[in-house]
Design a protein around this ligand. Structure first.
Ligand code: PLP
Length: 397
């Protein structure tokens, strides 16, 4: 294990702060190191392994596809890509889909689509996109520029122009920021990387209303909240509204790299042949995994239902912990996107959890984030709570 870690330091660029753990195998809600030590996974590939590790339906689907056809380029038609697009359209607000390979790429595509749509309708001056403080949209330059967190900008300036940043969950701030240059509003239905921030119930409906009044596009970044994470297939379903454009990635391919941009017809038609492309986008292999993922989620009521029930249970149990530990400031969640904010640095707790056989993650320095597979069980949540209780007790002593 140490040998592998040494070699990683030698051969890979130093872009990640990794936990000192080599993961060799995964099944359901558990992963294993090369010696067979088991870890209960509340990270889930950072909200990717929504059906758990190596779900048999997904594994069999892409094994079969790998034997038939892996890649042919978008110069040709392939059945899995069309089937996946149809599934997404039939189960969302959207009429059309564009496939790419990651979340950040889906955001780039959304920025380009919004600009092109607005350019075609209103000319080049109306191109600005309003985004939210503490947002996270990805690491390519357009997505970094959209992301309103200075720490992701530092050293990479000049950023892409054309973004205005306003506080999250503040309707009047967005309203005041709208000008004759505004083309769109880009927002996560609940912020994940930004410390698990759940907006007020009237926030998304308020944004929808504002967009309708001012003729703006509402773009939802559902890269983290989509594919069942919040207990509905898409986060917007909680709020009784529909966006004009939506980005997906993470859970869509159960770990195979895929991103998607979804839009209503009126907006999607702004892209024509040659407007946008991705060599690997929507290739048969990744699409076969995504089709299997969606089919399991749509056909087995258990997954979304379990996500809602276990999400509520996890929040309830973390609130119980909050009463016992003064360092816990607040607990918040939507489905199984759950955060626990501390008054102390969260990193040592993540480390203690690892030693105790639990994978958890920390965002914004003090927010412990729990995004387990949606198939997590009550007993597994109880195990997390028991171990966290001990860890926090020891830290306070
Ligand atoms: C809301 C949101 N948008 C975009 C991204 C970027 O996705 P990717 O890492 O696949 O580029 C992330 C990743 O964490 C995300 O949570």
């Amino acid at each position: 294990m140490d040998h592998l870690i040494d070699e990683e330091h030698r051969y890979l660029m130093n872009t990640y702060i990794r936990q000192p753990l080599v993961i060799h195998k995964g099944r359901g809600t558990r992963v294993y190191d090369p010696d067979g030590k088991e870890y209960l996974d509340f990270v889930g590939g950072v909200a990717v392994n929504n059906l758990g590790h190596c779900h048999p339906s997904v594994t069999v689907a892409f094994q079969k596809q790998a034997q038939r056809l892996v890649h042919v380029s978008n110069l040709y038609y392939t059945e899995p890509q069309v089937r996946l697009a149809r599934l997404l359209v039939e189960h969302s607000f959207a009429d059309k889909v564009f496939f790419c390979n990651s979340g950040t790429e889906a955001i780039e595509a959304a920025i380009k689509l919004a600009r092109k749509y607005s350019h075609d309708r209103h000319g080049p001056d109306r191109h600005e996109i309003i985004t939210m403080e503490r947002s996270f949209h990805g690491r390519t330059l357009g997505a970094v520029s959209a992301t309103a967190q200075a720490k992701f900008h530092k050293g990479f300036e000049p950023l892409l122009p054309g973004f205005r940043h306003v506080p999250f969950n503040d309707l009047s701030a967005v309203s005041e920021a709208v000008s004759k240059r505004t083309a769109a509003i880009l927002v996560e239905p609940a912020q994940g990387e930004g410390g698990v921030q759940i907006p007020d119930e009237d926030y998304l409906p308020g944004l929808r209303k504002l967009c309708d009044e001012k003729g703006l596009l509402l773009i939802l970044d559902e890269i983290q909240t989509g594919i069942g994470r919040t207990g509905r297939l898409f986060g917007y379903e909680h709020y009784g509204i529909e966006p004009d454009v939506m980005t997906l990635a993470k859970g869509l391919g159960s770990g195979l790299p895929i991103g998607a941009l979804l839009a209503k017809n009126a907006v999607a038609q702004a892209f024509g042949p040659g407007s946008h492309a991705a060599t690997f986008g929507g290739n048969p292999l990744v699409c076969s995994a995504a089709i299997a993922t969606l089919e399991v989620m749509l056909e087995e009521d258990f997954v979304l239902d379990n996500c809602r029930r276990m999400g509520a249970y996890l929040v309830e149990r973390l609130k119980w912990l909050q009463q016992r530990h003064p360092c816990i400031v607040s607990v918040r969640g939507l489905g199984l996107l759950v955060g626990m904010e501390l008054s102390i640095d969260g990193k040592p707790i993540v480390q203690d959890c690892l030693e105790a056989g639990l994978l958890i993650n920390c965002t914004m320095d003090r927010v412990l984030r729990f995004v387990p597979p949606l198939i997590i069980l009550k007993e597994e949540i109880d195990l997390l709570i028991d171990r966290l209780d001990l860890i926090l007790k020891k830290r306070a002593a």
